[in-house]
Ligand binder design. Structure first.
Ligand code: MG
Length: 244
């Protein structure tokens, strides 16, 4: 039996090597279609094919959850979500995206734990990447900055000091649902915080809930939501690239 296996193995290897040698290097080259040419941005600025949601001047691409225009102060190219301002959502609906967003918690520290510099970016309005000042501020690991709220802690705490600008670069693959509304494939998310990988292609278990276990409810394209959570948190340079 062993001899037969060995013979088959040698035959397979020699056939494979023979086939490999029959191929010219050009036989494994793909020329068409060529990738679309875009101009990358410098210093986190949007690439030429990005959808710019906030360029430092106007909040025209957002509304409050209840529909009215956001009345938030824009200063030095950034807007600040103050206490009681309410959540804001993008007017445009999104599926899978690459998202760049910059945020800053107040330099003057107020509150502790979940009460310090808390906001959040909700992909498709349902799945939160926590925003929080966790520089020397302990809270539950799956609720700190870079966590997928109550589902997965960040791989490391990459927070900068309060008052400093921080970046999130997020690759988000939307969940898919069958026609009968059951889940076909879960959402997946990768998060890079200040250039550091903190979520690596994590499979979301459903909505990121404060209370109760996560679950999915079928949905289509949906707005990007930025949370108001009683703390002043500023934002700038928000852009998206849709992933087809
Ligand atoms: Mg939050």
């Amino acid at each position: 039996m062993k001899i037969i296996n060995k013979t088959f193995f040698l035959l397979f290897v020699s056939t494979f090597s023979f086939a490999q040698n029959q191929l010219k290097p050009e036989d494994t080259e793909v020329w068409e279609p060529q990738p679309k040419i875009i101009t990358p941005g410098i210093n986190n600025l949007p690439p030429s094919d990005a959808i710019v949601l906030f360029d430092g001047k106007s909040l025209d691409n957002f509304t409050h959850v209840k529909g009215e225009s956001p009345k938030l102060e824009i200063k030095d190219g950034a807007f600040t979500i103050m206490k009681s301002a309410g959540d804001i959502i993008s007017k445009k609906l999104f599926g899978s995206i690459q998202l760049h967003i910059e945020w800053r918690s107040p330099a003057i520290i107020e509150g502790e734990g979940q009460g310090r510099g808390n906001s959040g970016v909700f992909l498709q309005s349902e799945y939160e990447v926590q925003i929080q000042d966790n520089y020397n501020n302990k809270t539950y690991a799956n609720g700190q900055a870079g966590a997928l709220y109550k589902q997965n802690p960040p791989l490391v705490n990459a927070c900068r000091k309060p008052g400093e600008w921080q970046t999130y670069d997020i690759i988000y693959m939307a969940p898919k649902f069958y026609l009968d509304s059951t889940l076909a494939s879960p959402a997946r998310i990768t998060v890079i915080h200040n250039g550091v990988l903190v979520q690596n292609n994590f499979e979301l278990k459903g909505k990121t809930l404060w209370q109760g276990m996560p679950y999915y409810k079928a949905h289509g394209k949906a707005p990007l939501k930025i949370q108001e959570h009683n703390n002043a948190v500023s934002f700038r340079n928000i852009w998206v690239r849709e992933i087809e």
